[in-house]
Design a protein around this ligand. Structure first.
Ligand code: HEM
Length: 535
């Protein structure tokens, strides 16, 4: 903990007094005791501030200045919140099922609109209210991401997700929006999603009870490999490149999803206590080797018309042109982000349909009415599959893959949130999970009721960010750029899998809705299913 000028003054004054009156060993003992006393007193003082030590650490030196120099009053400076422990603050709330712990704590503190907490030395605000969430996500002050050592070590600071807000980040978003996520490009990649869906169906017909997550993750990875690298692989045949990339994505997920104590307690940084830095250092050369090899192969195939995202990046000219390491970072991020989110969401949808056979029956009836049994589903059928879309929305409501919206935001300037002064450098989080389960926002919030999206006021509800009661892809300038692609993939694959099969529980492994929060919130017990062909 750094000493402020006031602390230093007292230490030196008292030390001088000691020196005058004692021998040298007594002086040392006296000085150490004084230092310890001052450190404990300061830690206690900081801890006593609402929100805990990180807030006290900021406000005590600034509070007089803030009260004198601005329009702030003491109420606007104080955001209610837990104190946690001295030095550590409420770091324990960020472990395990953080979204549930944070929601319970906000209720306990009467701070559901806005709660302050300290995660070690990091000042955090979090909201469980849709209006305040909208203010935060839309605000130009929260345009950055907090620094996360693993993200920087894994090169994500040179890709869209963690690039600091500025020209480079805007350029990447524009390139991705124009060449990967635009409606034309999404439509152009329908045949590849269709082929992969057919391969999934073939695999399901062959196997007995199956852990569906493995199949979904491989399907998702193959889909992204095709869009990004132009690689086409069979789902069931083993191949070295996919196996290798799947392991790298898994390891990256594990590292990025972990709460890294060194991010919040800088005095631990030198020790790397969770071995995150060393694991990142081992992972990055493997990613670079693989992605650089693919880039080189694309360079060698000169003269061919542009086919995939690597080709797009290689054709960039002028100020848009990316260096090779930046290209590796951007491509790696797309594979990384596009793989798990889609698989995690489909697994939740299937789990819910198995648990609610009457809802599955209604989906089947809709598919039979819209598509019939004589032809496969196409993406042009999706707009007419209103009930199926409602099932996906209801799954996103109860099981948002990013219950805390995946990655937090960082205030780049001082700002005001819900009438409270929030200083630059504060991390802001939205507890989307708490909003979607709030009885004041949703009727019967814990019941799985897709019909809420097919009748009444929420008939045309959009999950793309216009209504913060359910915005699983975030909102504002840093909202998810892959939302349309992600939703198109999930809707089409779920429609195909339901059109072809009836889904039932495997008797040995009943569906469990328990969760585990990694980078996404996944089913803690992977779903094991049996299917009965319908056609
Ligand atoms: C079901 C699927 C998905 C969900 C639920 C999801 C959710 C999210 C969320 C909550 C954020 C943070 C938004 C914010 O801060 O406001 C995000 C950011 C991001 N997502 Fe997605 N996502 C999905 C699919 C995808 C796909 C398929 C891709 C790309 C292939 C993708 C790429 C990204 C990127 C690059 C960012 C960082 C944006 C930035 O910082 O500017 N996502 N996503």
């Amino acid at each position: 903990m750094e000493a402020t000028s006031a602390e230093s003054f007292w230490v030196f004054a008292l030390a001088a007094k000691c020196e005058a009156s004692s021998s040298s060993s007594q002086t040392l003992l006296c000085l150490s005791s004084l230092l310890l006393f001052v450190w404990l007193a300061t830690a206690f003082l900081y801890w006593a501030f609402p929100g805990g030590p990180a807030w006290g650490r900021y406000f005590y030196p600034h509070i007089i200045q803030k009260l004198n120099n601005s329009n702030c009053n003491s109420n606007s400076l104080i955001i209610p919140g837990p104190r946690g422990l001295p030095v550590l603050g409420s770091i324990r709330l960020m472990t395990g099922l953080a979204h549930r712990k944070l929601a319970a704590e906000a209720r306990r503190c009467g701070a559901t609109r806005l709660m302050a907490l300290s995660v070690g030395q990091t000042r955090v605000i979090i909201t469980c209210h849709p209006d305040v969430a909208k203010d935060i996500l839309n605000s130009s002050a929260f345009a950055d991401r907090p620094v996360k050592e693993s993200a920087y070590s894994l090169m994500f600071n040179r890709a869209i997700g963690f690039a600091p807000y500025g020209v480079y980040w805007r350029t990447l978003r524009r390139i991705a929006a124009n060449h990967l996520f635009c409606p034309k490009q999404i439509a152009a990649s329908e045949p590849q999603r269709y082929q992969i869906a057919a391969q999934m169906a073939a695999a399901l017909r062959r196997d007995g009870p199956i852990r569906i997550r493995d199949l979904l993750k491989r399907a998702s990875l193959n889909n992204m490999m095709c869009s990004v690298f132009g690689r086409k692989y069979q789902l069931c045949s083993q191949n070295e490149e996919t196996e290798q990339l799947q392991c790298l994505v898994e390891e990256g997920y594990e590292l990025l999803g972990k709460l890294n104590w060194s991010d919040h307690l800088p005095f631990l940084a030198g020790f790397d206590p969770q071995k995150i830095r060393s694991r990142c250092a081992q992972l990055v050369p493997k990613v670079s080797l693989l992605v650089n090899r693919i880039i080189s192969e694309h360079r060698a195939q000169t003269g061919q018309s542009s086919r995939d995202f690597v080709d797009v990046l290689l054709l960039l000219q002028g100020s848009d042109k990316l260096s090779d390491p930046d290209m590796v970072a951007v491509l790696w991020e797309m594979i990384f982000r596009g793989t798990d989110t889609v698989a995690v969401l489909i697994e939740w949808v299937l789990a819910r349909l198995i648990l609610h056979p009457n809802i599955q029956r209604e989906v089947h009836e809709e598919l039979d009415a819209v598509v019939g049994k004589s032809r496969p589903v196409t993406e042009s059928d999706i707009p007419a599959l209103v009930y199926l879309q409602a099932v996906i929305k209801e799954t996103l409501r109860l099981h948002p893959p990013g219950p805390l919206l995946s990655w937090s935001r960082l205030a780049i300037t001082d700002t005001v949130v819900d009438g409270h002064h929030v200083p630059a450098g504060t991390t802001a989080m939205v507890n989307m999970w708490a909003i979607t389960r709030d009885p004041e926002v949703w009727a019967q919030p814990t019941s799985f009721m897709p019909e809420r999206f097919v009748e009444g006021a929420d008939l045309d509800f959009s999950v793309l960010g216009s209504d913060l009661r359910l915005a699983p892809f975030g909102l504002g300038r840093r909202s998810c750029p892959g939302k349309a692609l992600g939703l198109a993939t999930v809707s089409f694959w779920v429609a195909t899998l339901l059109h072809k099969f009836e889904w039932v529980n495997s008797e040995r492994d009943p569906v469990s809705l328990s969760e585990v929060l990694r980078l996404s919130c996944e089913m803690a017990v992977p779903l094991t299913v049996k299917v009965h062909p319908r056609r």
